[in-house]
Design a protein around this ligand. Structure first.
Ligand code: FAD
Length: 265
């Protein structure tokens, strides 16, 4: 691993100043993705800016029609939160399915969303619920945030401070895990919101995406039978050592039906 400077800022403004003024610097949250990346020399930053001592970035608040989860909140805390379990149980269930206990205790929601791994779970929950990503500079709708493989709308110097989730009428998440990593081979988040139904898929392609035909069908009839005949085109989906694109396409419908079943309890 190449040597680097280490900064532990005392507040978000100081972290933002360091990020924009120190060349080749990178934020570190739980280090679950970043540290292995450094070890493999896939990234060689000059400086790391550690967010772990910033208490403002941790915790979950109830804002009435929405709940906001601080960027540094670990997955285990979201999974165990009475607030999340009460208001958006599907999101707590999603957090409980991430990796293993070590990953859930170190990995953070902000790091997961910023990283935008194509097989990560939170991008599906964030896009599926139509959440808002709050940064030190602005608010970004989930529909405009996830741009593709490990790519987001975050600009240089921008720090995610939290994610604001609307409380849905109903929601469910179903994931078919890759057995070793537990990342999603395919994961589908379905949410019934006052404005209609949203369906977001992770693991199947180069990034999380919505499925408008399923959204339309479920908006008319929120039942798994409404989407049973909807087939996903395998063109553009991922083929790798874990699964071929046509198998992933098949899994999208299967997982979407299970997610609706989970939403209906
Ligand atoms: C063995 C293993 C299994 C896993 N299984 C799963 C799984 O099943 N499902 C799943 O979804 N994920 C899985 N993960 C990923 C894990 O859940 C973490 O969320 C993810 O690795 C990000 O980790 P982190 O929060 O520690 O962020 P870090 O690794 O510290 O950072 C990741 C990236 O995000 C940037 N970043 C971090 N915080 C912010 C912020 N607040 N604002 C802007 N940029 C930021 C960093 O600069 C870096 O580029 C797994 C990871 C491992 C190691």
């Amino acid at each position: 691993m190449k040597s680097f400077a280490y900064h532990q800022p005392g507040g978000i403004p100081e972290a933002a100043k360091l990020l924009s003024s120190v060349a080749e610097s990178k934020l570190v949250a739980g280090g679950m993705t970043l540290i292995p990346t450094l070890k493999q020399r896939l990234a060689q930053p000059e400086a790391l800016i550690d967010l772990s001592s910033l208490a403002d970035l941790r915790g979950i608040s109830d804002d009435g029609a929405t709940i906001t989860i601080g960027a540094m909140t670990p997955h285990a805390q979201v999974a165990a939160s009475e607030l999340v379990r009460g208001k958006i149980p599907a999101l707590a269930a999603l957090a409980s399915m991430i990796g293993d206990p070590a990953v859930r205790n170190r990995g953070t929601i902000g790091g997961s969303v910023a990283n935008n791994d194509p097989a990560a779970d939170y991008p599906a929950g964030t896009l599926g619920l139509g959440a808002t990503i709050v940064t030190n500079a602005r608010e970004i709708a989930a529909d405009a945030f996830f741009l593709g493989l490990f790519e987001t709308a975050l600009e240089a110097g921008e720090i995610i401070t939290g994610i604001r989730f609307p409380v849905p009428l109903k929601a469910g998440y179903a994931k078919f895990k890759a057995p070793a990593s537990r990342y999603a081979l395919v994961g589908v988040f379905v949410a019934q919101l006052p404005a209609g139904v949203r369906v977001a898929v992770t693991g199947a392609g180069a990034g999380v995406f919505r499925v408008p035909p399923m959204e339309a069908a479920l908006s008319n009839n929120f039942d798994a039978s409404a989407i049973a005949a909807i087939k996903i085109d395998a063109d553009g989906l991922t083929s790798d050592i874990h699964a071929e694109a046509d198998y992933r396409a098949h899994l999208v419908t299967v997982m979407a039906k299970r997610a609706v079943g989970a939403a209906l309890g």
